[in-house]
Design a protein around this ligand. Structure first.
Ligand SMILES: Cc1ncc(COP(=O)(O)O)c(C=O)c1O
Length: 509
């Protein structure tokens, strides 16, 4: 701010600040700096002998809070040395074959090349005048994905930050379609609390979050039961739709899941699509996990019926071996995307639509947005869809092998056989020690993570604690799985023995 009668001079930037800007004069520094960063990561990747060091938040926090952010180190080499301490040394390595926990895939190198290119060019996908060709590349990939799904000639979509955002956007469109006839604010106020979403008990929690963000009633999400294979029961969906009708409630969407987070189960898409079509209800298919089947050379049929959805979520960063973030929401009828459209004079004035200027912000919940599509583009151009699909097929086969291994082992109980790549199981102590099962499985997971030798996830099934393998790494062998099972059995068994001894001591005293 300049004060009357005083000239305020802008302080000069520190002498070398400008040399850090990427421009024609700094490309040598750019090359060397990135090469150094890549070298460090490559060394860590090559040397990782376990997926995690087991570091605790209490151990790591002082190293990070101890960094004085107001006193720069001045050069990237020193910052990378520091980064080894605060991040790289103790990072969780998804490429390690004994990382078996969540839906994190190892990443393919063409996608990493895309990541390096897209961040340096730094296109923003909101408007054509900030992206040019990037917009067309994204559009082409959306068309390609929609064609793989079979959504038809009017389909469209947009890349998003992840499955949660894709689900949110799909449900926003569904809500607006359900409110189409509510012309005035009064009608809308009256209708909103009556809107309902039906999903299964195994659906993703982002459906509940989305309902909250969309201003629906606290009880707007109706979860219907699943069958023994953890698939949504269509008859239960029909009953809910009928009940809602009777009670004056409006089902704005059914969310079917193609690849549930825990069980990898795929809801009966054809039956649910038929139900939704006859009831006139929007069908959203959350294929965040199962979308890898779109490129599977052998298992595409598992998604049959998905082509009848009104909207679909796909997470390339789960089953296309892409780095985070890489996701998209697709719609059967491109006109529905208008519900996410706002025109700002300074950015995407309405006249640009008539001028046929492609502004992706017209379809997106985000404004400034990464060119994540480039990673998928380079992946497809280098490996092709069959290459990606073959990797996904491999992890599905490995999970089937893991399921057999566990089901033949009397120390364990295994839940449903997934058509995808998860295995939910638990260590099950025998006889009177059975009541220690929950504690034993919780302990085994924690002890395993603390050792860093392997990472597995945990979940509950019918109120009991179970462990979960999510296999997304084709490098994971059945020997790895067997080794991790031995570790689980060792930790869980030790826990049970200690508890039994403590129980005995209690009884004696
Ligand atoms: C079935 C399903 N849907 C949606 C999501 C959310 O995806 P994201 O973590 O990319 O937001 C997940 C995440 O695990 C998922 O498994």
């Amino acid at each position: 701010m300049s004060l009357p009668g005083r000239t305020v001079e802008t302080p000069a930037a520190p002498p070398d600040a400008r040399t850090h800007l990427l421009n024609g004069g700094s490309v040598a520094r750019y090359r060397a700096t990135l090469a150094d960063g890549v070298d460090r990561v490559a060394k860590r990747v090559a040397d990782a002998d376990r997926p995690f060091t087991g570091v605790t938040p209490a151990e790591l926090a002082p190293r990070i809070t101890g960094v004085d952010l107001d006193r720069p180190l001045g050069d990237a080499g020193a910052a990378l040395d520091e980064l080894e301490e605060v991040y790289l040394r103790d990072a969780v390595w998804f490429h390690h074959p004994r990382y078996l926990a969540h839906l994190n895939c190892p990443v393919v190198i063409p996608a990493l090349l895309g990541e390096a290119v897209l961040t340096a060019v730094n296109s923003s996908l909101d408007t054509w005048d900030q992206s040019a060709g990037a917009t067309l590349v994204e559009r082409r990939l959306i068309d390609w994905t929609a064609a793989r799904i079979g959504l038809g000639p009017a389909a469209d979509g947009v890349f998003t930050s992840g499955g949660s955002q894709s689900n949110l956007q799909a449900l926003l469109l569904a809500r607006e379609e359900a409110c189409r006839d509510a012309t005035g604010p009064e009608d809308r106020r009256e209708l909103l609390p009556r809107l309902r979403i039906i999903t299964s008990a195994a659906g993703h929690f982002s459906v509940q979050k989305s309902a909250k963000l969309l201003g629906l009633a606290p009880d707007a999400v109706l979860t219907v039961p699943t069958d023994a294979q953890r698939r949504m029961i269509p008859a239960a969906v029909r009953r809910q739709i009928e009940r809602c009708r009777r009670e004056g409630l409006v089902v704005m969407a059914v969310v079917a899941t193609a690849g549930t987070t825990d069980f990898g189960s795929i809801d009966p898409l054809r039956d649910i699509a038929t139900l939704c079509a006859s009831a006139g209800v929007w069908l959203h298919v959350d294929a965040a996990y199962g979308c890898g089947l779109l490129v599977s050379p052998t298992r595409r049929h598992l998604l049959d019926g998905i082509e009848r959805a009104d909207s679909v979520t796909v997470d390339y960063h789960k089953s296309f071996f892409q780095p985070v973030s890489s996701s998209a929401v697709l719609v059967r009828d491109r006109r529905t995307l208008r519900h996410a459209t706002y025109h700002a004079d300074y950015l995407n004035p309405a006249r640009m639509v008539e001028q046929r200027i492609p502004n992706q912000v017209d379809k997106s919940l985000q404004t400034t947005r990464r060119f994540d599509a480039l990673k998928l583009w380079l992946t497809l151009r280098v490996m092709g869809p069959d290459g990606v699909g073959a990797l996904f097929d491999e992890v599905i086969e490995r999970a089937a092998g893991a399921w057999e291994l566990i089901s033949e082992d009397p120390r364990f109980e295994v839940v449903t056989r997934s058509p995808l790549s998860t295995v939910v199981f638990r260590y099950l102590p025998t006889g009177p020690n059975r009541h220690h099962a929950d504690g034993a499985n919780l302990h085994a997971r924690e002890a395993l993570a603390a050792s860093g030798a392997a990472l597995v996830a945990s979940t509950t099934v019918d109120g009991r604690h179970f462990l979960k393998f999510t296999l997304l790494n084709p490098d994971t062998t059945l020997d790895d799985v067997g080794h991790v099972l031995e570790l689980v059995a060792r930790y869980a068994g030790r826990y049970v023995r200690e508890r039994t001894t403590a129980d005995l001591a209690c009884r004696v005293s």
